[in-house]
Design a protein around this ligand. Structure first.
Ligand SMILES: [Zn+2]
Length: 563
C-alpha cells in the first residue's frame, strides 16, 4: 500500500486561486485589491461598486453547485461527504489504440468539473484509471506480435500526451490494473465470502439475483438483460446477466495467480477495487461517458456494495455522445476520428472550445464546420487578449491607479455572475462561452474605437477585463501559456488546412499590393477571394496588408445554411 499512499498528498501545496494570481505580473496584482468583501451581484451605477477580479472570488452562494445525478435522475445540490474535500473517480481508457474524440469529450468534461471544484475552493482528489489488462489489448497485441503490457504502456503514454494537448490537468492518481492485482483479488474474495459471487472452472461470476438493487442506476430490469441470451448462453452461469469478476487464462494470454487458478480480472471489478483503494468505499463523484452507465457502472455498484455494505457514491455523472456529421461515430462507418487526427489540422484548444460549446450531457456533433467556427472564435479571443496585453505593456505600473470605472466594475461583475451561475448550474459552459462576447467587445472598443480610446481610466479598465477573462479561461482550461505563441500556432494550423506556407501567403499579398498599385482591381480581388476560399483573410490597413485565419468561404456558406 505504500505506493498508493503517496497519491494521497494534495496535488498542489498552494491554493489554485493564488496560482492564478501569480500568472499575471505584479502590476495586475496590485491593481485588484478588493476594497471590501467581494459580491457577485450587480450594483447601482450611482455608487462605486466593489470588485472581485482577483483570486478571492466566491461568495458562499457561489459555492452551491448543482449536478445532474444519473442515479436519482435529478439535478442535486452538491454536498461533499467531508467539508471542503472532494473524492472523484472517472473511468479511464482501455489502452490499446489512440484515443478518439469521444474520449476527448469525457476527459475535457471532467477536467472542467475538476477545475471548477477547485475554483470553488475544494481540495479534490481526482482518480482516473488506466485499463491495461483487457481482451481488446490482448487481441491487438496478438495482431501486432507485441507483449500486451508493453502495448498498453505505450498507449497510456499516448493518452497522457493527448491530455496535455487538450489542457486536461493530471489527476491526483492514475492507477493501472496490472499494479493492483492484490486489491482486485482481495475484493473478489470479499464478494464471494459475502455470498454474492461463485466460481466455476477457474472463472468467478457475480450473481446478479443476489443483489436486489441491480438495475437501479440504469433503470434496467433484470429480465431486460436477457437480450444476449440467444447469442451466447453460458450454461455455467446461474443467470444470463451474471458477469465475470475473474476469467481463467487462455493459452498464451497474460495471467496472474489466484485462489481460482491462473487468470485475469473482468473489466468491471478493476474500477470498484481501485476507487476503493484510493478514495475508500464511500466517496463523492463517479463519472464517465454515458455508454458506461450499463453495464460497467451498474456492475461497479453491485460489486462495491457486495464487498462492503457501507459502499456509497453520492453523485454519478455521465457525459453525452459525440456524433460525426450527425451520425454515430464508429470505425465501420469510416467516420471515426482520433484526437491526433483532429489536432493535426485544428488546434487542440479549438477542439476543447468546440467540446465546451455544448452542455456536457447533450449529444455533440463533430464536423469541419464546427471545428472551423471554434478555430475562428478562439483566434478572436486570443487576438483580443494579446492586443490588450500589448496595450498594457506600454504603460508603467506607477501610472495605474487603484480604481476602476464603475461601468467596468458593473460589466465585470455581471460577467462573473453569469460565469458562476452557469457553471454552478450543472456546468453550463456554452452560456459562459457566449458571455465572453461582451467583455471581448468592450476590450476591442477600448483599444480600437475613437470613443473607447478617449475613455477615462481606459488602461485600468483594460487591465480589469484582461484579468477577469484570464481567470475564467483558466477555469475552463482555455488559458494558453502565451497569446503570441498560440496565435502563431493557430495561424500554422490554418496554413496547413489551406495547404499553403506563410511565404506563399506573403507572396500573394505582395502580388495583390502590386496589382492594386497598377489599378488591376479585378486581379487583386481574385487573389483576395482565392485566399478567403481556403480560410486566409486579408486585412488592409494604412501600414499595409496582413492576414489572419478565417472560416473558409464554402464553410461560411454551410454555416449560414445550418442557421
Ligand atoms: Zn470504470
Amino acid at each position: 500500500m505504500s505506493t498508493l499512499l503517496k497519491f494521497h498528498r494534495p496535488l498542489f501545496s498552494i491554493p489554485y486561486s493564488i496560482r492564478m494570481v501569480q500568472f499575471g505580473t505584479h502590476r495586475f496584482h496590485s491593481l485588484f485589491k478588493p476594497k471590501r468583501r467581494i459580491r457577485c451581484v450587480s450594483t447601482s451605477s450611482h455608487s462605486q461598486p466593489s470588485i472581485g477580479v482577483g483570486g478571492e472570488w466566491g461568495s458562499p452562494e457561489s459555492r452551491e453547485l448543482w449536478l445532474q445525478n444519473t442515479i436519482s435522475r435529478k439535478k442535486e445540490v452538491f454536498r461533499p461527504k467531508t467539508e471542503g474535500k472532494v473524492g472523484m473517480y472517472v473511468c479511464g481508457v482501455t489502452a490499446y489504440d489512440l484515443s478518439h474524440i469521444g474520449h476527448a469529450r469525457v476527459y475535457v468534461t471532467f477536467d472542467v468539473l475538476y477545475r471548477y471544484l477547485r475554483h470553488l475552493g475544494y481540495q479534490v482528489t481526482y482518480v482516473r484509471n488506466f485499463t491495461d489488462v483487457d481482451d481488446k489489448i490482448i487481441a491487438r497485441a496478438k495482431e501486432l506480435g507485441e507483449d500486451p503490457i508493453s502495448l498498453s504502456r505505450r498507449y497510456c503514454e499516448e493518452f497522457s500526451q493527448d491530455m496535455v494537448y487538450l489542457h486536461c490537468l493530471p489527476p491526483s492518481a492514475e492507477p493501472r490494473v496490472s499494479d493492483h492485482m492484490p486489491q482486485i483479488l482481495h475484493m473478489i474474495k470479499q464478494i464471494i465470502e459475502n455470498g454474492y459471487a461463485y466460481s466455476v472452472d477457474g472463472d468467478v461470476y457475480f450473481s446478479v439475483e443476489k443483489f436486489p438493487d441491480y438495475g437501479r442506476l440504469s433503470g434496467r430490469k433484470l429480465e431486460d438483460n436477457r437480450a444476449g441470451e440467444r447469442v451466447a448462453v453460458d450454461s455455467r452461469k446461474k443467470h444470463p446477466a451474471d458477469f465475470a469478476l475473474w476469467k481463467t487464462a487462455k493459452e498464451g494470454e497474460p495471467f496472474w495467480d489466484s485462489p481460482w487458478g491462473p487468470g485475469r480480472p473482468g473489466w468491471h471489478i478493476e474500477c470498484s477495487a481501485m476507487s476503493a483503494a484510493y478514495l475508500g468505499y464511500s466517496f463523492d463523484i463517479h463519472g464517465g461517458g454515458m455508454d458506461l452507465v450499463f453495464p460497467h457502472h451498474e456492475n461497479e455498484i453491485a460489486q462495491s456494495c457486495a464487498a462492503c455494505n457501507h459502499s456509497n457514491i453520492s453523485y454519478w455523472i455521465h457525459n453525452g455522445f459525440v456524433t460525426v456529421d450527425s451520425e454515430k461515430m464508429s470505425k465501420s462507418l469510416g467516420n471515426f476520428f482520433t484526437i491526433r487526427q483532429v489536432i493535426d489540422l485544428y488546434h487542440p484548444l479549438a477542439l476543447r472550445l468546440f467540446l465546451l460549446g455544448t452542455h456536457y450531457q447533450s449529444p455533440i456533433n463533430y464536423s469541419d464546420v464546427q471545428l472551423e467556427s471554434a478555430s475562428d472564435r478562439i483566434f478572436y479571443i486570443y487576438q483580443t487578449l494579446h492586443d490588450c496585453e500589448s496595450a498594457l505593456s506600454q504603460h508603467d505600473v506607477v501610472t495605474l491607479k487603484d480604481t476602476i470605472p464603475p461601468d467596468t466594475v458593473n460589466s465585470i461583475n455581471n460577467f462573473y455572475n453569469v460565469f458562476v451561475t452557469s457553471m454552478s448550474d450543472d456546468l453550463h459552459t456554452p452560456v459562459v462561452l457566449a458571455a465572453l462576447s461582451d467583455p471581448l467587445k468592450t476590450i476591442n472598443d477600448l483599444l480600437h474605437t475613437r470613443k473607447g480610446k478617449k475613455q477615462e481610466l481606459r488602461i485600468e479598465s483594460l487591465a480589469a477585463f484582461g484579468k477577469i477573462l484570464r481567470n475564467v479561461l483558466s477555469t475552463l482550461g482555455l488559458m494558453p501559456e502565451s497569446y503570441s505563441e498560440i496565435l502563431q500556432q493557430l495561424r500554422d494550423k490554418a496554413l496547413k488546412r489551406a495547404k499553403l506556407t506563410e511565404d506563399q501567403v506573403l507572396q500573394k499579398i505582395d502580388e495583390r499590393t502590386a496589382a492594386r498599385k497598377n489599378m488591376e482591381y479585378e486581379r487583386s480581388d481574385i487573389i483576395r477571394k482565392d485566399l478567403a476560399a481556403v480560410g486566409i483573410a486579408l486585412m488592409d490597413s494604412p501600414d499595409g496588408t496582413t492576414w489572419r485565419p478565417a472560416v473558409p468561404l464554402a464553410i461560411q456558406e454551410q454555416q449560414v445554411s445550418i442557421t
